[in-house]
Design a protein around this ligand. Structure first.
Ligand code: HEM
Length: 202
């Protein structure tokens, strides 16, 4: 049996828990705002707006904390990768998830203290945390202060295009979350990764 490794420090676990809870709240209130009509509101409109705004601000604060913590602790190293050979590594991991795992092959990139994430996890976390999250946060803040938006962006209404981008990112991140939870079940046991996110140990 391999020795347990402490891979999820307390700050990662607390940030992740807050982030996941706020995210769920944003998805529920966001869907309610998107699909409610005058006759039928899923969550009363004013409540949905207030909860969406408050949880949005909490997630922003958490995100800034995450950026600083990743910058100034060793956790940031897990998000770095050399571009050279990246495609090959991603394909190797993809092949494992779609074929090798069913043949009980060994994982091509086993977890170690120096490598917490496999190449697919790494690329998806980098995209989500350093591209999609900033876009959803910036567009969300812009929609909170719409007076600061230009009337037109590329000939389209400023609020419209910002809103479109915000919703698009919201949907992409929601899909990420579903896929993310599914992949988290592919551990030593289906619950092993969730336990790691609670006690810190892999
Ligand atoms: C209920 C929702 C969620 C559950 C149950 C969940 C579960 C997990 C688990 C078990 C891990 C540890 C395994 C691993 O490192 O891959 C993890 C890590 C991670 N999750 Fe989630 N997650 C959820 C939502 C989210 C959301 C919404 C985001 C981002 C928008 C996110 C981003 C991350 C990141 C970046 C890591 C790696 C953290 C680190 O160690 O640096 N998760 N998640």
């Amino acid at each position: 049996m391999r020795k347990p490794m402490y891979l999820y420090p307390l700050w990662v676990r607390l940030w992740h828990l807050a982030n996941a809870l706020m995210f769920l709240s944003l998805i529920i209130t966001g869907l309610s705002l998107q699909y409610s009509s005058v006759e039928y509101t899923i969550i009363p409109f004013n409540y949905a707006v207030s909860i969406h705004n408050i949880t949005g601000i909490i997630i922003c604060v958490g995100y800034v904390f995450y950026l600083f913590a990743n910058r100034f602790t060793s956790n940031g190293q897990y998000y770095q990768f050399p571009l050279k050979g990246m495609m090959g590594r991603i394909m190797k991991q993809f092949r494992y998830y779609s074929y090798g795992i069913f043949k009980h092959e060994d994982a091509p990139f086993p977890v170690s203290v120096g490598r917490k994430f496999n190449p697919l996890q790494k690329i998806s976390y980098v995209f989500v945390m350093y591209i999609f999250m900033p876009i959803v946060i910036i567009t969300g803040l812009a929609l909170l202060f719409p007076d600061m938006l230009p009337d037109k962006i590329l000939g389209i209404g400023g609020i419209h295009i910002t809103d479109l981008l915000h919703i698009l990112m919201g949907f992409i991140l929601s899909i990420f979350m579903i896929v993310h939870i599914y992949f988290c079940t592919i551990g030593k046991t289906p619950l092993a990764n969730f336990k790691s996110m609670i006690n810190g140990w892999h």
